[in-house]
Write a protein that binds this ligand. Structure first.
Ligand code: NAD
Ligand code: FES
Length: 296
């Protein structure tokens, strides 16, 4: 069991849990995720690690209620325990493997959309701990949905807030602020990390392609086992089949087929859709998801 040391409500439907998970905390790096189950009979939910403390043996998980599983998870509170926390899973952020001198020479901008701000945070914090500056654009539909603004300001050089309705910061989508910063405000970036809803990452990549800024995205397709077994998280990157849980979750955003990923995500939601994908994808959908019968 994994005790929840503190449970905080960040917005109406976004929660932050600090969880005692010593083994995960001892080795995780920015960009990695865990798969949790709130109860022994609960569904598995992949969650990016938003923060960690090796000293305290804790990790911080931020999640949004999007269905029955996350609603059940959100009912837990300080003092309760989560049944499973499996991880760290996936590859660490590319940034963690680059030489520090190389990183210091880069002008890095993060584009964080909605709940995608949570996986951006550990990368920004890691950079600051290595004396590397970066800018962060945080976008949300409205001011009440902005998360981690103050935390981000502790570590980023500049934080730009955008809201779709103009209730706080700059009005408009994150892509508009990125364009404005580069085209009208003299900013130069040579590395972008965009994390948020799939549609945001698609348009962020179209924007950075036009601005010639290499861009990394962190994909969160439907995941089941998180170990490359079930095929649920299959994506096409540069025309090659990849599995976000083991090959990612980060990929070169300019090579990701977002339209296919979004379409596949929708198809995967129904039993009929999963059976269709199993037939279509053959060996690359090799069962184990527990839904399609491919494991039989
Ligand atoms: P949201 O829909 O409120 O969007 C956040 C911001 O993204 C918007 O304010 C806007 O600035 C930008 N955006 C949205 N659509 C855009 C477009 N077409 N062009 C340019 N910019 C656009 O975000 P939300 O409700 O917090 O998002 C929830 C989604 O994020 C869920 O589907 C969840 O799966 C996903 N998510 C992704 C990750 C990840 O690792 N990639 C992590 C957490 C959540
Ligand atoms: Fe990636 Fe199953 S979640 S293959």
């Amino acid at each position: 069991m994994y005790p929840i040391l503190s449970a905080e409500k960040l917005t109406d439907n976004i929660f932050s849990f600090k969880v005692k998970a010593e083994r995960v905390a001892s080795s995780c790096l920015p960009g990695q995720f865990v798969i949790v189950r709130s109860h022994s009979d609960a569904e598995r939910i992949p969650l990016t690690i938003c923060d960690y403390s090796r000293e305290d043996g804790t990790i911080t998980l931020v999640f949004q209620i999007i269905g029955a599983g996350t609603l059940r998870l959100a009912k837990l509170t300080t003092g309760d325990s989560m049944h499973d926390v499996v991880g760290p899973l996936g590859c660490a952020s590319d940034l963690c493997s680059l030489p520090i001198d190389e990183l210091k020479a880069k002008n890095i901008v993060f584009v964080a959309g909605g709940v995608g701000t949570a996986p951006v945070f550990p990368q920004v914090k890691w950079l600051k701990e290595n004396s590397i500056d970066c800018d962060v654009i945080i976008g949300a539909k409205t001011k009440d949905l902005i998360i981690l603004e103050e935390d981000m300001k502790c570590y980023a050089k500049n934080v730009y807030i955008t809201t779709d309705d103009g209730s706080k910061g700059r009005k408009g989508l994150v892509t508009k602020t990125l364009e404005d910063l580069v085209n009208n405000e003299g900013k130069k970036y040579d590395h972008c990390v965009a994390i948020g809803p799939m549609i945001m990452m698609k348009f962020a990549c179209l924007t950075t392609k036009a601005l010639s800024i290499p861009t990394v995205v962190s994909l969160n397709p439907i995941m089941v086992d998180g170990t490359g077994m079930c095929g649920a998280c299959r994506v096409s990157v540069g025309g090659k089949i990849k599995f976000a849980c083991v090959d990612g979750p980060e990929f070169d955003g300019h090579l990701v087929d977002f339209d296919e990923a979004m379409k596949r995500q929708n198809i995967y939601k129904t039993e009929e859709g999963r059976a269709y994908l199993k037939e279509k994808e053959g060996d690359t959908h090799h069962g184990g998801c527990g839904f399609c019968g491919g494991e039989e």
